[in-house]
Write a protein of this length. Structure first.
Length: 201
């Protein structure tokens, strides 16, 4: 753990290892004391942990893309607001021991604010997302996470039937943006919490 912490620190990112949801919510409580606006990206991990519902209890402005009956244009407006958020919270497909964050995204609304915009980005993952290097991270993301997510979203892509990626050109393909965050200009803008549980895909 010390080596991983050092590797992320060398890339101007902060990573912490925590035991459980109670520690997670204590950490979130401290972050929310200094923010006025919060946005978030899609994340099964955050859903499993109850993060969305937990934050909704606070008296802050939330750019909430999960509100019912939102039109496509209303969702786009929320996606754009995320760039101005004090805090953007999301999960990740994989993080590496040598200090990188690896994701595949469909429309970019999750990875774009991770890269630029929000003052602070909090990435929450389970220990199952930690891999040795970028090659293994991409393999995990493409061959495990993406097919399972496509199935969850009820896509008709080949991976939902095969259980693996074949680099299709299907109109419902969700593997459109391949993004590796290897470093940051702003020290500790990105904060990563690794929970000692298997979470998400």
């Amino acid at each position: 753990m010390e080596k991983i912490i050092k590797n992320f620190k060398n890339h101007n990112m902060e990573i912490r290892f925590i035991e459980n949801k109670a520690e997670l919510f204590d950490y979130i409580d401290e972050l929310l004391k200094s923010v006025k606006t919060v946005g978030w990206g899609d994340s099964l991990t955050l859903e499993e942990l109850g993060v969305f519902d937990y934050i909704r209890k606070f008296d802050i402005e939330i750019f909430d893309k999960h509100l019912p009956n939102l039109s496509r244009e209303e969702k786009r407006t929320i996606y754009l607001k995320n760039f101005s958020a004090d805090l953007f919270i999301t999960g990740s497909n994989a993080i590496t021991e040598d200090g990188k964050i690896v994701n595949i995204d469909g429309n970019g609304s999750r990875v774009a604010p991770m890269i630029y915009g929000p003052k602070c980005v909090l990435i929450i993952v389970g220990k199952n997302k930690l891999v040795k290097n970028e090659d293994l991270a991409m393999k995990r993301t493409r061959q495990i996470a993406a097919p399972l997510d496509a199935k969850r979203l009820e896509k008709n892509t080949p991976c939902t039937k095969l259980g693996r990626c074949i680099d299709c050109n299907h109109k419902e393909r969700i593997c459109n943006s391949f993004v590796t965050i290897a470093n940051q200009f702003d020290n500790n803008r990105i904060k990563i919490l690794v929970i000692d549980e298997n979470l998400g895909f």
